[in-house]
Design a protein around this ligand. Sequence first.
Ligand code: NAP
Length: 468
Amino acid sequence: MLIIVIYTKGDIMTYKTTYPYTGEVLQEYANATAEDLEKALTTGHALYKTWRGTPVSERAAILQKIADTIVAHKEELAKAMTYDMGKLLTEAEGEVDLCANIVSYYAQKGEEFMADKPLESPAGNAHYVKQSTGVIVAVEPWNFPLYQVVRVFAPNFIVGNPIILKHASICPKSAQLFADLVIEAGAPEGALTNLFIDYDLVAKAIHDPRVAGVCLTGSERGGAAVAKEAGEALKKSTLELGGNDAFIILDDADWDEVKAVAPGARLYNAGQVCTSSKRFIVLADKYDEFIDILKDAFSKAKVGDPMDPTTDVAPLSSKSAQEKLQKQVDTAVAGGATLVYSQDPVDGDGFFFQPTILTDITKDNPIYNQEMFGPVASVYKVNSEEEAIALANDSSYGLGNTIFSSDIDHAQRVAEQIETGMSFINSGWASLPELPFGGVKNSGYGRELSELGLNAFVNEHLIFEPTK
Ligand code: NAP
């Protein structure tokens, strides 16, 4: 089935849904124009002013309706994501559930998070109030088309900051569907405006005085470009960028748990997760056993149709993602790495990538400090816990890590020595509404989710009356 809808406005077609399972272009969308941006800014700014005078409870009630609407449209939202970027429908359904929970969480906690904060001062009466700051530009990636938007939209809706969304050009269907559902649920126009804008218009928006800040989740390249504009315009920014997360197996790990968790920590979402475990760090005496565990699991992983509930690994999001990852694996091998496992190629025009295991990656291998965004596991052999910690920290990224140990105190002591924003003990990566998400080093700055995420674009307005 080939459906191509050409809209009349605009002329450059960069936003399109190309189904990664078949390579077919299902729908194209015209770029938004400077006039569309101006309209969104005007509407968003007017809403910001209106919201400054209305109670949080009103927005919390609407937000709960948005959560209910997400649940009611679960299948539609999940399928849109699968068509846009190829993820397993079962995983897309899980993403919708998580998003409904995030939206509900902020609906329920919003008033508490926005309450005035008393300050202790011997000099007088002091407190601060949390206030909105204006329109926020959200630049989001395709790997979790709904979740990435919701993480920013829900807390800012409570705060009273309208969002202009620039979503990834490969997931326009999911972007527009969610924006439409927000309005259908009863949110005022301008609360979330999805625009198919190009990079120049993103920069223009960031510089507009009605915009208070910008958040981006994506690559270092995209993050640096957007942060540069924000810096020049003196606007606040938050960045959620890539990761090269370590999965460290300590000497007292429970190997049944390791076996149950390790393969999924790499293969979930076809390995396209910023916090996927990408570098498995194993002590020498257990190294061969771990390789066998991973090989066995990867050989049983069924790569194929993302709509089929028995499929384990979906195609990658795009042809270019497939080509980039292949080039990285080739570079790793040319640089001395050993390809210890790769399945046979999958037939068809889909953007598949076989689960792959690389070893013997030395520090001088060009891939040593690169994120591989797909189902490729790198396994490292170390001789001590100290060496494992040093290797985990020898990365320009600092997003998350996983530590396996049957002694929780031991795991926590090691976790505290890893230079990342998040650590997961005896578990793969996790994201929940109440847990702050974000990294350090080249993985970005700022946090999303939890109360910390709600504070990202808040004005903590001090009100002080000195004692006479
Ligand atoms: P990307 O190329 O940076 O794209 C992300 C978003 O930024 C897209 O909407 C993209 O638009 C936009 N963009 C890129 N350059 C821009 C510019 N100069 N001006 C304005 N917008 C720009 O990232 P990606 O490679 O698709 O995404 C995968 C990366 O995201 C991985 O590194 C992954 O680890 C990271 N990620 C991080 C987190 C986290 O929370 N830390 C979560 C998920 C993903 P177009 O699509 O139009 O290019």
